[in-house]
Write a protein that binds this ligand. Sequence first.
Ligand code: AMP
Length: 551
Amino acid sequence: MQSTMQDVPLLISRILTHGSTIHGSSQVITWTGEGEPHRRSFAEIGARAARLAHALRELGVEEGQPTGTLMWNNAEHVEAYFAIPSMGAVLHTLNLRLPPEQLAWIVNHAADRVVIANGSLLPLLAPLLPHLKTVEHVIVSGPGDRSLLDGASAQVHEYEELIDGKPETYDWPELDERQGAAMCYTSGTTGDPKGVVFSHRSVYLHSMQVNMAQSMGLTDQDTSLVVVPQFHVNAWGLPHATFMTGVNMLMPDRFLQPGPLAEMIESEKPTHAAAVPTIWQGLLGELKAKPRDVSSLTQVTIGGSACPPSLMKAFDELGMRVCHAWGMTETSPLGTIARPPAHVVGTDEEFAYRITQGRFPASVEARLTGPDGERLPWDGESAGELEVRGPWIAGAYYGGHGTTEALRPADKFSEDGWLKTGDVGTISSDGFLTLTDRAKDVIKSGGEWISSVELENALMSHPDVAEAAVVAVPDEKWGERPLATVVLKEGATADFNTLRAFLAEEGKIAKWQLPERWTVIEAVPKTSVGKFDKKVLRRQYAAGGLDVTQI
Ligand code: AMP
């Protein structure tokens, strides 16, 4: 029997129309670094998105065409987020922290014709432009030296001039909900970056999940400080989700240092914030050095890499309750979120649940695969590679401009179409995921696996340790052994023997897993989205660039 329901496509234009009317008075607040932040209502964003869409159409942007943004988190970026997919084109967010050659490769691979850039990023864009083969138009928004683009081969436009006088409504097309709405490249450790293309449908469904009470559960009484960049998996879905529910967005623009973030929290009083752990470690240091009133901020979503338990505890003490989540570009990104089950809330067991990566929402199916391809049980002990599937999980990568074939590398997709995440962990019988490592970061010592994350978390709970990264290094006897690289806090007195003894204390770490190789570094190298970049450390070690002590 066919259903008797209407078949209304799930489109981003519908989220925009809803947000800019029903929640028209909610705001996008952009930090400017001086004086009052800039405030724009959802209604204004809606009108300006329509004007931008008209302007892009006049520049020849057509349905299905990737259109780049090289921007910080701000109101104009939100306008682009809605205008581009709503008119049927594909929003292509460019990661401004990637090495320039990689950025050029990505723009060429997607074949962006138009790039909207913040003025403050022209020093990055200008030297890159001659290498961007398909870019015909650059639209510049916000402060920055325009003369850097003098003589550019692409046509240069001012964002405000371009949208000025255009109609404030747009007859958004009825698109196929399965067509591409946004794309994001993910840079693996090997090979070229890979493009993940989100559909209108996947974005829509994912936004509804983000809004569920068991996920972020925000309402129009909330203000979310969106620190996670809009170029990092659609800012974890927040711009779309907030337009569904009228949550105000506080956008830091380029002011991502701990000082300005603390200032923003104190003056704009967000109730929620989202970012990777390194951002929060920085803020913690700042708040210790210079206490501020951060009492408004009661919920902090942390993901992107494992949240160290010590960070969660420190935030809890400040009244900022951390909610840990796991995901990846290929999963839109919400894959799991750690809301403890009702029966442990308020008990000693609660923390153990909160520090896991969390539970799978209804739309994300999961399975664990062992080294020989066998299915592993959900017993909280059997560790294997996590595989997932669902309506907002990638089933392939973009093949590139001019190709119709999508890419399905065998190391990323199973034969029956599940995404192989490359993350290794266990799942408990009640569905909580605990990641022990990235498959490539696991330390394989004499046939046993050592979790680098577990060692790092234990090290970072020592009061003298600011940051710690543990990587596998070759060992004649064991194959691989852990190398502990440690960033000490100012005035720290702990030496390597003390730290090793600390790890062994109370059985924190099994004796055979304790690192023998140690080194102090100034800072852990970070990837373009602020995660520990362990391949740099492995490379430095291999080149003899680290001063290692053996104990
Ligand atoms: P990206 O696509 O750049 O966001 O990277 C995705 C990867 O980040 C995942 O495959 C994980 O390895 C890692 N990751 C994300 N969230 C977490 C988390 N909560 N705990 C541990 N690793 C995480």
